[in-house]
Design a protein around this ligand. Structure first.
Ligand SMILES: Cc1cc2nc3c(=O)[nH]c(=O)nc-3n(C[C@H](O)[C@H](O)[C@H](O)COP(=O)(O)OP(=O)(O)OC[C@H]3O[C@@H](n4cnc5c(N)ncnc54)[C@H](O)[C@@H]3O)c2cc1C
Length: 444
């Protein structure tokens, strides 16, 4: 940008995150250049040249006042989101979920941005990190040239190409009467251990070996790296293979028996507050209903709520806790923001939400204002705080869930508690948005 010229903010990628970022900037009165490499260069999953293409399911998640994604829907609506505007216009019946007719949904968003006077569309691949102020929103299938540029600039250990994630459960749903805290060969409280008797292990093994696997697309390139083998593959190799692998009991003493159990599933803390716990060594590509059945066969996890299912697929994302601020600005490249899956979130809706925040903050920076973060009780505020502060050792992309949000006090059943968190989060977000977004009161 030359001195005296009107700033042009570059947004790379017109997926769920990029369109919301461009829309936010355009509404702020800024000029946007939105780069999209399709159709000249397609990704292995996209089929059209439209913006915000939904590459798989047509659902933007569950609705309702006790639903974590429902809160994010409400926040995005309050913020005047283009993705939510299109979703509400082209919704199709889907029980308690917000599902859309994908073709008109994407066509509507493409048309809205293409006809906006503040938006210039450039159908080109971007191969280098753009000059600030800019937003990178190139998603899980970021082109190789740009991924290479990111790796050169940010360090090769901090850009992932493959997601081999274990399920994450909500801490408050773990039955601590059956589990105990402790490390291997020490009493550190870092892990939660779910001990199994031989009988319990046999039952778990049976459910695991009968569970159905997700059928990968060719391009998902499901290679197993030793050390990152899915739990179902270990089970396939032999009855006791998991017991000599991630379920090994060596050095873990159950305080109730004073002995090592037959097998142990360990859970590791995912967030600073200890609300989210992942199953150690449990990366899996099982279908979600089957995954739930397997997890709930583990003693202590019978009623565990899975807030993030395990996945094994190609996924390009940055190591957010090391690289990204809560404002979504890259620590090492001031003025460049990231959004969507590249920033370490999972899901269409989460991608759109981070696109909104990256757009808002890029716009503020271009105007000489400090970037901002939504309040912690809001789902978007909680999500970006998680990205910046997650346990760095085992960072995995995250989607909206109640474990990210500070709990509300008082004796209430689960549903009432969540509804209270919903109301608190939405009103905090609406108040914040009205103060921060000039000339736009939050939508009711
Ligand atoms: C196969 C697959 C299935 C998924 N299924 C679901 C699902 O069912 N539900 C769900 O909630 N989430 C799903 N996800 C996860 C994720 O939510 C979606 O991928 C979502 O679209 C991510 O939004 P995004 O904006 O980060 O990336 P995208 O929506 O993928 O947008 C990125 C855009 O950047 C463009 N691009 C890439 N590199 C460049 C470049 N160098 N220059 C210019 N343009 C570039 C791409 O063409 C694309 O249009 C899935 C992911 C994958 C890979």
């Amino acid at each position: 940008m030359a001195v005296g010229e009107k700033p042009v903010i570059q947004v790379v990628g017109a997926g769920l995150a990029g369109v919301e970022a461009a829309w936010t900037l355009a509404r702020l009165g800024l000029s946007v250049r939105l780069y999209e490499m399709r159709p000249g260069k397609m990704t292995p999953a996209h089929r059209t040249e439209k913006f915000a293409e939904l590459v798989c399911s047509n659902s933007l998640g569950g609705e309702g006042l006790s639903n974590a994604k429902g809160l994010l829907h409400a926040e995005l609506r309050a913020a005047g989101s283009l993705v939510m505007e299109a979703a509400d216009q082209f919704r199709v019946p889907a029980g308690g979920a917000l599902a859309v007719d994908r073709e008109p949904f994407s066509a509507y968003i493409t048309e809205k941005l293409s006809s906006h006077p503040n938006v210039e569309i450039v159908r080109e691949e971007v191969a280098e990190i753009p000059e600030p102020v800019a937003i990178l929103a190139t998603g899980p299938l970021t082109s190789e040239a740009l991924a290479e540029a990111l790796r050169r600039r940010l360090g090769e250990n901090f850009l992932y190409f493959y997601d081999a994630a274990a399920p994450v459960v909500l801490g408050e749903t773990i039955d601590m009467k059956k589990c105990f805290r402790g490390g291997r060969f020490d009493q550190s409280p870092d892990y939660i251990n779910c001990p199994m008797t031989e009988e319990e292990y046999r039952c778990f093994y049976e459910v695991l070996t009968q569970a159905r696997q997700h059928t990968p697309h060719d391009w998902e390139n499901l290679r197993f790296f030793e050390g990152c083998i899915p739990i179902e593959e270990l089970a396939r190799r032999g009855y006791l293979t998991p017991v000599f692998g991630p379920l090994r009991p060596v050095g873990i003493i159950d305080p109730r028996t004073g002995r090592e159990p037959f097998a142990v599933v360990q859970l590791r803390q995912e967030d600073r507050e200890g609300r989210l716990w992942s199953l150690v060594g449990f990366q899996t590509g099982l279908k979600w209903p089957d995954q739930k059945k397997v997890v709930q066969t583990i003693p202590g996890l019978e009623n565990a709520e899975i807030v993030r299912y395990g996945v094994m697929h190609r996924n390009t994302y940055l190591h957010a806790p090391r690289l990204i601020r809560e404002t979504l600005e890259l620590k090492d490249v001031p003025g460049v923001f990231v959004a969507g899956v590249l920033a370490g979130v999972e899901g269409y809706l989460e991608s759109a939400a981070t696109g909104f925040l990256a757009g808002l903050n890029a716009g503020r920076l271009a105007r000489g204002l400090a970037p901002v973060v939504p309040p912690p009780g809001s789902m978007l505020g909680a999500l970006v705080r998680f990205l910046a502060t997650a346990e760095p050792e085992n960072f995995q992309p995250m989607s909206a869930n109640w474990g990210l949000v500070p709990p509300v006090e008082g004796e209430m059943n689960k549903r009432t508690k969540r509804e209270a968190m919903f109301r608190r989060g939405l009103s905090a977000f609406q108040m914040w948005f009205s103060q921060i977004f000039p000339g736009h009161a939050a939508q009711p």
